[in-house]
Design a protein. Sequence first.
Length: 539
Amino acid sequence: MNGQGKILSSNNAMSVIFGYTPSEFEGKDIHNLIKSSEIKTSKDAEEFLINQVAEFNVYKTDETGLCKDGSTFPLKMDIREVYLGKNKHYTVLFRNVTERLKSEKLIKKMAWHDSLTGLANRNMFSEKLTDALKVARRSDKQIAVMILDLDKFKPVNDLFGHGVGDKLLKIVAERLLECAREVDTVARLGGDEFAIVFSNIEDENNIIVIADRIIDSIQQPAEINGNIIQIGTSIGISFYNNDADSPEELIRMADVALYQAKDDGRRIYRLYDPLMDAETKAQKEMEVDLNKALENDELFLHFQPQFDAIDNKMVGAEALIRWQHPEKGMISPYTFIPIAEVSGIIIPIGQWVLNTACLAAKSWQDKGLPKIRISVNISARQFQAENFVSTIEEAINISKLDPRWLELEITEGMVIQNTDNVVTKLEELKKLGVYLSIDDFGTGYSSLAYLKRFPVNTLKIDQSFVRNIHEDQDDAAITDAVIRLGHSLGLTIVAEGVETEEHVQILRDKGCDVFQGYYFCRPIDGDAFIEFQKNHNSA
């Protein structure tokens, strides 16, 4: 356009965006295409170009676009000075960002709400509990934390399928909202586990009345797809300030009370009592056993391969820790990793995993197998350590593995605190040549802001969204949004928990780049993994 904001020429994309033919654009004033507070007339346009664009050379702004049919849409506009001979003109780049804003809105909602039930998720629950504690300390009031899970929910999934199970979870969510007060926060923490924060409590007995009401409500029969389903719930309750004065301890103590309720016969509630806290002793015992596990070579790795979505070529493998206890047998990582994290033992364990995984990947290459990237999960305690980057260098040097074949998986919660320090560490890792991945994307904060700022290569969509992608519209929409947003930022998208041919087809249609899951291969030990690679390559 010229210096008065009149359009001189346009491309076909302009016709798609605004609905005018190319000839209709010629001579049209720029202010006829945007709903702007600054540019309403030709004179406004001329002054704007002189005062704004001239100062910055390239000027970027958000506006509202005006289509020929009168409709509007969100628009990004970049204006740049150009000279044709001695005449100053301007190039203008328009972007219709409707879909991007919708995706960002969906991602933002994901950060604070459970995608299935619409209740608060774990992040919002923690935030509300922290806020309630601040108010309670000032006002000298009590608050209560209630943790619930459903009794015999797994048989519902096994007998009727996950679709029916999900509908049942939605019914439970509605019943909990009906039982709680408007000022309370009802959350789904994951699976069949729910929680409620009760604030401004005058009498503890009021919470007991609500607990009885919830137990009675949940066990009422529900009709789903013609099936009459009846379940129950067990409840654990802790109080501030009788039991604890921190969010973490209140949640833990309510959890202890919940397990007591389950041990006492289910479909009942229990208030926290210090005598229940035998769990602390068990955790201490496990800490001791974990230290011995490192010393006695009881830990080992399994590997789960990852495959290119287009040609099914193996492109990577995730290293997964396992523990064979000499007396207790195989102990699940879901049991010992949280204890290792809290106790700090996760630091040496994490370094062992890193060193062992790098050595394994290098040994595969030395055997002549195709080079694939090895992915290693990094714990929060590892990442926060001051010498974290040097420990990565150590693993690379010990194994002699080319850094580009190592990928570090970090979670969302690890990178939203102290972002300046995080950026520094990630940039140092990037300089080393290692790849960086955000693991379990969609279950935490899901902030687009950090994805733009942090030098990550990969997003891993959490398996909780993939599992029901073929029958849950919300999961499908979230997965689609994550894939499109990731690709717009130049990131590779990996889907975890791919278990069926239907999963594969849907994710492939949505443009997912890499698959990982039982459909292709379960996690297997090192020897079996080598054989799997050989057989896969020869197939």
